[in-house]
Design a binder for this molecule. Structure first.
Ligand code: 3H9
Length: 694
């Protein structure tokens, strides 16, 4: 029984106990309805409290029920029933009161919260709007503007702010249950204060307009945010019951939308990646002291990520000058965290004077539980570092490389303890980006993999398991679709059009703007590295080499594909003639591409290579690819990731595109056998996410 009804003195106590997050499953809704009826019929109870067992108040509707046929009782009706009771009900919140959970609390007649409670309506992050009264009750309690801000941003409001805004009535001092019972005693005998009966607040058209414009930028391509604004505005202009009908209709329409399916896939996929079969039941090794080798952008970022998570960090640089620079970089990044309100200034000071130190001698890493190397990307350098680490690291220390493409098996063989070696591919800036590719080499011990996943949890990052290959999951797929994009530019597309088409599709940035940000020397070095293994039919982006030779390195040199001054990046009028010259030298006749064609080719290349990474085990499942591309490569979340997107298009449609492109270039465009097999069997990539909730 996930919901129980009992009585303490003259107060009815309704307890929800549905671990892990007390989601409002059908059983919970049915139980709540029964409990509400029991309370209504209980002459001995003058008021009731609703409490949750476990770590949190209700965190929302049960998302795993979405997309399935809805089952009664429906949440809006249940909340209406509770609100309509003629004896007061107190909601006692703790943990996170989210979505339908907060809506349930809004239907109660008084709300009390433990001091650390956070409240929010995160439905837009799932492609939905609040569907159980949130758009109509929240504005009545805290005003239209504040409600719109909360709903469209999905922000979690801390208890003190909620109290000030009028969202809750009290913050519990001491024991929450006792404080809730006290509040119930205080309101017992009074007429219930129903949120629905509060006057609908005014809507300021100018503020609404400003919000709509802001959302057009911040929620580009997404439909839920604008739908939420409309539901609040239209609903508040009507009597409550009609306002609820407006909300319900909009909620139902979104429930049927591909964006909802994509965003919920992303939600469950991000959790599924942590359930790695090979480490089930395996204890991670102890992890308190971290060593970082190399204090460049990456090393300093990793050090800061670890420091912010409360770990002790020793950073090794080559000489005192390097160590001093690294300290300055780390201090600068910590300052940034203070400025952004992520770190109290006092904690920065204790970190810098206690948990963080630099050294120039590997011997300082003798006590480290985990050592992460972030030195120059060259096999000989890495091998030297690992051989040296082998001499100083204590037995059982995890030895990690932050390489983004090198062979982790070879690096592991440079030590006498390959079982302790693993790849930890952080993304830059490492203290901000949430993705961590955990590269498991042939001989990596399971408890080393478990330690990597435990580290990710501690750093609040999303770890995805990857196998060893050039580029692992993300960079391997990137280099393949990047080749498709560069081929279009060779054939006549403008890099600016490519960037526009792909940002319109939803990518955070276009590939050429990304090149400028990373530095054109990065791609140049990669091409040099791979030149020897190049196939005669591989198409070389000669224009990129030309720009590099001209010293146009991107943002850092003020000029790459774009021009960088004080304002926004500008298109460079000299780029088109340069491209024309390159094409003429290669004997290519330029042709035009539509935006749709650009997207189709980019996506087909991405999906094709992604299917190969799944087929050869580099990625465990299609959902692992999706999580990598969503969190490390700016793939639009509302499209769910390339594998989810491919299923939504239908694999036969993707294959038809690949076959069409293959008629021009059958060297690059060869359909992955996995795609062909799945399509022939009428199956989807999602079928391979077997045993997961997505
Ligand atoms: C909604 O409410 C619609 C209504 O307006 C209208 C309805 C008519 N359902 O994240 P964690 C699972 S929309 C089902 O790792 P944390 C999760 O998959 C909903 N399952 O923990 C995981 O399972 P597993 C609005 C859920 O401590 C486990 O619980 N609400 C749900 O890092 C632990 O989750 C939201 O969008 C759910 N609602 O974070 C809130 N939530 O162990 C979504 C979680 O098998 N949830 N699970 O992998 C969250 O944001 C976080 O889970 C929360 C806890 C902050 C609560």
């Amino acid at each position: 029984m996930p919901v129980t009804y009992a009585r303490q003195g003259r107060i009815g106590v309704i307890t929800i106990d549905n671990p892990p997050v007390n989601a409002l499953s059908q059983a919970v809704r049915a139980g709540l309805l029964q409990a509400a009826d029991a309370f209504a019929a209980d002459d001995q109870a003058d008021a009731a409290v609703i409490l949750c067992a476990g770590r949190t108040w209700v965190a929302g509707a049960d998302i795993s029920e979405f997309g399935k046929p809805p089952a009664e009782p429906f949440l809006p009706a249940l909340i209406d029933r509770i609100e309509a009771l003629d004896k007061p009900v107190v909601a006692a919140l703790h943990g996170t009161a989210l979505g339908g959970g907060l809506e349930l609390a809004l239907g109660a007649h008084a709300r009390i919260a433990a001091p650390a409670t956070r409240m929010g309506l995160p439905e837009v992050t799932l492609g939905l709007i609040p569907g159980a009264g949130g758009t109509q009750r929240l504005p009545r309690l805290i005003g239209t503007q504040a409600a719109l801000e909360a709903i469209t941003s999905a922000r979690q409001i801390p208890a003190p702010e909620a109290l000030e805004a009028g969202l809750i009535d009290r913050i519990a001092e001491g024991d929450l249950t006792q404080a809730a019972l006290d509040l119930a005693h205080d309101v017992a005998g009074q007429p219930p204060r129903r949120t629905r009966d509060l006057p609908a607040p005014a809507v300021d058209p100018a503020q609404l307009q400003a919000l709509t414009e802001r959302l057009a930028r911040s929620a580009r391509g997404q439909i839920a945010q604008a739908t939420a604004v409309d539901a609040v505005r239209e609903g508040l202009a009507l009597p409550f019951a009609q306002g609820m009908a407006v909300e319900r209709a909009a909620f139902r329409a979104l429930m049927d939308s591909p964006q909802r399916a994509a965003l919920i896939h992303a939600f469950f996929a991000e959790r599924a990646v942590a359930h790695l079969p090979e480490i089930q039941g395996v204890d991670p090794r102890p992890l308190d002291r971290v060593g970082v080798i190399g204090g460049g952008t990456m090393g300093a970022g990793i050090a800061v990520a670890a420091l912010l998570a409360g770990l002790d960090v020793t950073l090794i640089e080559r000489d005192p000058d390097g160590a001093q620079k690294a300290t300055a970089t780390v201090a600068g990044l910590l300052d940034g965290a203070v400025t952004r309100g992520k770190l109290p200034a006092a904690r920065r000071d204790t970190i810098l004077s206690g948990a963080f130190r630099t050294d120039t001698d590997y011997a300082a890493l003798r006590e480290a539980d985990l050592i992460i190397e972030a030195v120059f990307e060259a096999m000989e350098v890495k091998e030297q570092v690992f051989a040296a680490l082998d001499r100083v690291a204590k037995p059982g220390a995890v030895l990690a490389t932050n390489t983004s493409y090198l062979d982790v098996n070879r690096i592991a063989e440079a030590t006498g303890r390959p079982g302790d070696v693993i790849g930890l591919h952080f993304f830059s800036p490492a203290h901000v980006m949430r993705l961590l590719e955990v590269v498991v080499a042939d001989r990596t011990a399971p408890d080393v993999t478990a330690t990597a996943f435990a580290l990710a949890r501690r750093l609040k990052k999303i770890a995805v398991r990857a196998g060893v290959c050039d580029g692992f999951i993300g960079n391997r797929i990137l280099s393949h679709y990047r080749a498709a994009v560069d081929a279009m530019v060779l054939d006549g597309a403008s890099p600016y059009q490519v960037d526009r088409a792909l940002t319109k599709f939803g990518f955070a940035m276009g590939p050429y703007a990304v090149s400028d940000l990373a530095g054109l020397d990065i791609g140049y070095m990669t091409r040099q590295r791979k030149a020897a293994e190049r196939h005669p039919r591989d198409r070389v982006p000669v224009f990129a080499d030309r720009l590099h030779e001209m010293g146009r390195l991107g943002r850092k040199s003020g000029r790459g594909y774009y021009l960088y001054g004080n304002g926004a990046p500008q298109e460079d009028p000299e780029l088109a003639p340069l491209l024309d010259r390159v094409r003429a030298d290669l004997g290519l006749t330029p042709r035009s591409f539509t935006d749709e064609e650009i997207v189709a080719r980019t996506m087909a290349a991405m999906v094709n290579e992604a299917a190969r990474t799944v087929a050869d085990g580099t990625a465990l499942r299609p959902l692992d690819v999706d999580v990598v591309m969503l969190n490390g490569y700016g793939f639009p979340r509302f499209r769910g990731g390339p594998m989810h997107w491919a299923d939504a298009q239908g694999l036969p449609a993707i294959l038809a595109d690949i076959d069409r492109f293959s008629a021009e270039d059958d060297h690059f465009w060869q359909a992955a056998p996995l795609l062909r097999d799945l399509a022939a069997q009428g199956r989807s990539l999602a079928d391979l996410n077997e045993g997961t909730k997505s």
